[in-house]
Design a protein around this ligand. Structure first.
Ligand SMILES: [Zn+2]
Length: 324
């Protein structure tokens, strides 16, 4: 708790790229329409021409960035499959197709590929209608299923002309990934569900934009559209459903800050009675830590640039959960 508060308090206004890449986006952009409205094409952020002329180490870095963002990629896949226009996930059971699966666990995969993949359960105990107890994953019945490939590479290949990513893999001697990517892309291309295919492409913008601006700052320095992107996010922020959720979240975050403030004030009140035993220097350190925490909480509450300090993990969980 302390570490989180300090991190937020000391960095009240992270650089725009960080906000766009990591913090603002998961909360504000949720539906495919929003992703398309806010995020530019990957090509605009880092052109294929530039990619082709990157140094080999930079190309490897780019591939690694797409690869390691499996959690975001699986979220994009979930959202492509089940996000509704009212910004809630509605996961219809793939087995009985009758009810909404609401419970999920992380797939405990053996490799980084499964990181962030969820397993859904169709509840047996539910009022009406009752579920079937069936289990399935984010990837079940999609071309991603049973192909050991980091889903981020697929989203990258959907956001760019796919040859660009394929050539990168080829140049970097990744024949297995190349073959698997070909398999998945062929599956996506021939999917009967055209709507899902379109939605995957829309979320590919979100995926690539987030990874490129958040993880590849060195490579995307020449992208000069950050202000435009922020303006689009702000205009989305003013739209009613987003504004309502944002306001509710801001209130929750402020409440959390007030609770923390009260807790710290109470500790400080009794600090001379209850200070930990030990060296004077340790006691002073303890005092200093408390003081920094207190200052950070106050700063979080006062900072007009940062009205809703965002706990990324909590928001991700909240953003991806269906309402019970
Ligand atoms: Zn079911």
């Amino acid at each position: 708790m302390r570490r989180r508060i300090q991190a937020q308090g000391r960095l009240p206004s992270p650089p725009a790229r960080m906000r766009l890449g990591a913090t603002v986006e998961p909360f504000l952009v949720r539906t495919p329409g929003e992703a398309e409205k806010v995020w530019p094409l990957a090509e605009t952020i880092l052109s294929t021409h530039t990619i082709k002329h990157l140094a080999p180490t930079e190309q490897r870095f780019l591939l690694a960035a797409f690869r390691r963002n499996s959690t975001l990629a699986y979220r994009c896949l979930r959202w492509a499959r089940w996000m509704t226009s009212n910004r809630k996930l509605e996961v219809i059971c793939l087995k009985c197709r009758l009810t909404t699966a609401w419970s999920h666990t992380m797939v405990s995969g053996t490799s980084h590929i499964d990181q962030g993949k969820w397993r859904w359960v169709c509840p047996l105990v539910r009022l009406d209608p009752k579920g079937c107890g069936g289990r399935f994953c984010d990837t079940t019945n999609t071309p991603f299923c049973h192909v050991p490939l980091s889903p981020g590479l697929v989203f990258a290949a959907l956001a760019y002309p796919s040859e660009v990513i394929q050539q990168l893999l080829q140049k970097n001697r990744q024949p297995v990934e190349l073959r698997n990517l070909h398999t998945v892309l062929h599956g996506v291309e021939t999917m009967a569900d055209r709507k899902l295919r379109d939605r995957l492409t829309q979320y590919a913008r979100l995926f690539c934009g987030t990874v490129l601006l958040g993880d590849c700052a060195e490579l995307t320095r020449s992208f000069d559209g950050v202000e435009a992107l922020e303006a689009r996010l702000r205009s989305l922020h003013r739209s009613k459903p987003v504004a309502e959720e944002y306001a509710a979240s801001a209130i929750r975050q402020r409440q959390a800050s007030y609770t923390q403030l009260r807790k710290l004030a109470s500790i400080l009140q009794y600090i001379d009675k209850d200070s930990p035993s030990g060296q004077t220097s340790q006691r002073l350190d303890h005092r200093r830590e408390l003081w920094v925490d207190l200052r950070d909480v106050v700063q979080t509450l006062c900072d007009p640039l940062n009205p809703a300090p965002i706990d990324l993990q909590a928001l991700l969980a909240e953003a991806s959960l269906p309402s019970p």
